[in-house]
Design a protein around this ligand. Structure first.
Ligand code: HEC
Length: 112
């Protein structure tokens, strides 16, 4: 019981902090409202394909899904990217999917 209450309290503090942060970076102009998002917190190694990977692979989840994986062989990364596109509907053109697989297997792969 105590633990649950603590978790609840923790969660509301986080929510309040997010609300405050969002309010700070937001502007209101007539009915138009915009917010500035915080800088991405996951660092991707620089190299060809880094931009495409950052653009497409961070749409649904954090980029640390890439950086914290084991060093998979290229075929496995190809499979992951295919799954994101076919199963989860990631809107990635074929040309960019290829660039992304090359980038990830070069920088976060086993080298095989
Ligand atoms: C359309 C949304 C979407 C996009 C875009 C997307 N993913 Fe995912 N990804 C998911 C979902 C849903 C899961 C599984 C649920 C979870 O673990 O959060 C997932 C899980 C993963 C995992 C965990 C292991 C696994 O196979 O489930 C990895 C690695 C991953 N994604 C990599 C990528 C890479 C690389 C890209 C860019 C090519 C990407 N994702 C783009 C939706 C997406």
């Amino acid at each position: 019981m105590k633990i649950k209450l603590l978790l609840l309290a923790g969660a509301s503090i986080v929510c309040a902090a997010v609300a405050i942060a969002a309010e700070k970076g937001s502007t209101k102009e007539g009915s138009k409202r915009s917010i500035s998002l915080p800088a991405p917190s996951v660092f991707l190694k620089d190299g060809p394909g880094m931009d495409e990977t950052r653009r497409y692979c961070g749409i649904c989840h954090s980029l640390d899904y890439i950086t914290t994986q084991q060093k998979f062989p290229k075929a496995k990364w190809q499979g992951v990217v295919n799954k994101m596109i076919k199963t989860y509907g990631a809107p990635i053109p074929d040309k960019d999917a290829k660039i992304i697989v090359d980038y990830i297997s070069t920088n976060y792969g086993s080298g095989k």
